[in-house]
Design a protein around this ligand. Structure first.
Ligand SMILES: C[S@@+](CC[C@H](N)C(=O)[O-])C[C@H]1O[C@@H](n2cnc3c(N)ncnc32)[C@H](O)[C@@H]1O
Length: 189
């Protein structure tokens, strides 16, 4: 593929039903990258690389982790095609133990049931003034009361636990913003 644009990549994600960051959340993060002079980013959950490539275009070094081999293969070809400054690791993020860091921004956008595990593991790699952003805090505005699906209910409970975990964390303060599907912004106290 040649001359691929971000818009082409976005369309491919939509056609292949690959969930990607919503525009409102993306533009908030891109502004934050500039404002906070963020240079290094760790992303958990690459999919086809859309958000990672967008972040890298702000002159950042992005490391991103994807466990699905097919998605990672697609991401790699898009990263190459767009000559993006993105390093892709193909593995379950919870098995990746050789990252050095520190990272100025950690973006958590993988399995919602594992958010606490990602936060616990990767917050250790955050630079002193770094920011952790977690996507999909609102989970399409579903609530435990208005859903009958047991799997969804259990996921919503885990998201609630994660919110409580963030809001009562002794070392981090968190704001949950009504942007895209809900972004949690966590900074050290
Ligand atoms: C919402 S998508 C990521 C979207 C991407 N950040 C974007 O906006 O373009 C979530 C991805 O996380 C991956 N994933 C889920 N659990 C993971 C894990 N434990 N380690 C690495 N990747 C994981 C899924 O395979 C999926 O491709």
């Amino acid at each position: 593929m040649t001359n691929l644009t971000l818009n082409d990549l976005k369309q491919i994600c939509i056609e292949d039903q690959i969930p990607i960051i919503q525009e409102e959340a993306l533009s908030f993060i891109l502004d934050l990258i500039e404002k906070e002079k963020i240079e290094s980013i760790l992303e958990i959950g690459t999919a086809y690389g859309y958000s990672a490539i967008c972040f890298s275009l702000k002159n950042t070094q992005v490391t991103t982790i994807e466990k699905d081999v097919f998605r990672a293969k697609m991401a790699n070809s898009f990263i190459k095609d767009m000559k993006a400054n993105v390093k892709l690791i193909v593995d379950d993020a919870l098995n990746v133990n050789n990252l050095v860091g520190p990272y100025d921004l950690i973006f958590i956008d993988a399995a919602k049931s594992k958010y606490i595990n990602y936060f616990e593991k990767f917050s250790k790699l955050l630079s002193p003034k770094g920011i952790i952003i977690t996507d999909n805090m609102y989970f399409h505005n579903l609530t435990i009361e208005n859903t009958n699906n047991r799997g969804t209910k259990s996921l919503l409970k885990k998201l609630e636990n994660y919110k409580d975990y963030l809001l009562t964390h002794k070392d981090f303060e968190t704001q949950i913003l009504n942007l895209g599907d809900g972004l949690a912004i966590s900074k050290r106290k």
